[in-house]
Design a protein around this ligand. Sequence first.
Ligand SMILES: Nc1nc2c(ncn2[C@@H]2O[C@H](COP(=O)(O)OP(=O)(O)OP(=O)(O)O)[C@@H](O)[C@H]2O)c(=O)[nH]1
Ligand SMILES: [Mg+2]
Length: 388
Amino acid sequence: VKVALIGVGQAGGKIVEALLAHQDRTGGSFVTDAVAVNTARADLRGLDRIPADRRVLIGGSRVKGHGAGADNDLGAELMAEDVDEVLSVIDEFPLHAVDAFLVVAGLGGGTGSGGAPVLARELGRLYAEPVYGLGVLPGRDEGGIYALNAARSFRTFVDEVDGLLAFDNDAWRRSGESLGDGYASMNEELARRLGVLFGAGEVDGRVAETVVDASEVINTLGAGGVTSIGYAVAPVEREKRGLLARLSGGDAAATAIDEGESTNRVVSLVRRAALGRLTLPCELRGTERALVIVTGPADAISRRGVERARSWVEEETGTMEVRGGDYPVDSDFVGAVVVLSGVTDVPRIRELQATAVESNRAADERAADHDTALADLLATDDELEPLF
Ligand SMILES: Nc1nc2c(ncn2[C@@H]2O[C@H](COP(=O)(O)OP(=O)(O)OP(=O)(O)O)[C@@H](O)[C@H]2O)c(=O)[nH]1
Ligand SMILES: [Mg+2]
């Protein structure tokens, strides 16, 4: 699946660059183009892979390149005012090569949180290609304003895209790491998962029926709703295989053993991917659609394993709509990606929405208290005449 990436805000830009770095490292080709949009000039300068003519400063006449300061109403306004500048850069993309757009943003701040849903709406209006979102949820320790921003942005963003991929910083935080180091490794983990998801369906020259194609990815993501992704890897043990083949003395016996082994390996990898840490932790039950992608050297991907894993995912999720296939690559490991789309049992989203509602109520209360306190502090108009 060829995607055009648009990062909005600082997190958006950094994650887009992490995807570009991942693609360079793995020799992939799923990113057709990449743009970064920000209200902060310094954040745009801090990027290093996205070329200067693909960095768009918005809101310059109002916030002078200093950012939206975690005000996502402002972020949305600035994007709406300057969206034509963003669209004119996107218009230069080789669109015939683009299967989908991916709008990436951290939802806790101002620029990405407010701007990403506005941009997604415009893209959806103008282009026939699906528009996906990638929304990053703030950590619990980031505080009330970030939770409130994320909760409001999330519910808006999900309505404006054909599918919202979610990543929860809170679930991926590691203690003892500086925030910067933490983000770098989190962005890499995310890139690895998206690399398999979008890289699948880009396999040239191999048209085996079992290879995942772009339409399977799009049909899984593309009917709206929230998507979470699981991932697991295991090394391929070539020496052991060679030894077994020698000991058993015959090719047929060796193949039989290998097939059983690799079937089990694929099934257990897929289970680990689905039951381990997801990009957005959620219950498997209640998922609307799923996609199982097994990647690695073609001879190590057991077809029977993929089929069994698919049935297992069907049982666990309770949906019949489980697609699956291989994504052959040259590597010394086998990996499994499980895409869960249309997930509904997500404790973290429920919690964010509740926190946001509560902090809204508390803010109203505080504002009222503050008005009373200020009135108390100052003498009244009868006691002291104001200047004008
Ligand atoms: N996963 C990940 N999350 C990040 C990263 N940088 C920031 N975040 C998260 O994204 C949220 C939004 O932060 P920014 O992207 O800096 O905000 P912004 O969109 O630039 O908005 P303003 O600075 O308020 O204009 C933060 O609350 C963090 O939770 C990153 O590199 N990776
Ligand atoms: Mg910023």
